[in-house]
Design a protein around this ligand. Sequence first.
Ligand code: ADP
Ligand code: ADP
Length: 232
Amino acid sequence: MIELKQTSKTYEVNGKKVEAVKDVSLTIEKGEVFGVIGYSGAGKSTLIRCVNLLEKPTSGEVFINGVSLTTLSKQDLQKTRRKIGMIFQGYNLLKTATVYENIAIPLKLEGIDKETIQKRAEKYLEIVGLSDKVNHYPSQLSGGQKQRVAIARALAHEPEILLSDEATSALDPETTEAILELLLKINRELGLTIFLITHELNVVQRICDRVAVMENGRVVEEGKVVDIFTHP
Ligand code: ADP
Ligand code: ADP
């Protein structure tokens, strides 16, 4: 479903090369919850941006559903991008828009009709448990609720893959647990493949099937979570 083949990404900063991702090969199966864990600067964000097409690998390839992204036309890239939803540590909600509008505006920009937008907003707000907050503004919501809106917004595009960049890192332990529970529900009930990056071991232990450990741009270990980490 997601396949990285000898993917590398090098940035050039003031004439100096920074190898953020080095020769990473990973396969994430359909329906899996896969985590990449590592310290700050390990290259996790760069890696996930290569999957989301926000970043082009310097070398190597990324395949989505068996199709190499390097071979796609601009139009087909756009189509592939629609299969992928993403959530972030900082939620990235529009401050001046209501919960409903935060979900509706990106759908409208995609050319989806009003009726479908309304149906999807209702459906996914119910799934994330925020039906009663539809006309609230982000400033009226807690961190966990904002992340639920961001999740509903991602789901409303009906993607096959959900990417998560440190989605629970700004949240307290109880809220983190509730969001992780929601991600598991989305994986199990809606069948989405989840690819997440985190620096938190508890996130990986709580919801991931498999994990890759990243250090200095490289994957240094990979396998089933139960095989890689001992439980306390
Ligand atoms: P992580 O997400 O694990 O913290 P990053 O992917 O953000 O790691 O960063 C990996 C390395 O790449 C770091 O050394 C970082 O400074 C560098 N880096 C990340 N993004 C850029 C960029 N846009 N330009 C230059 N260097 C970058
Ligand atoms: P337009 O697209 O012309 O701006 P809409 O009918 O899409 O108008 O929406 C107008 C406003 O009504 C939105 O900003 C939103 O706040 C509210 N709204 C529309 N549909 C719903 C809904 N299903 N639930 C709650 N609020 C809604």
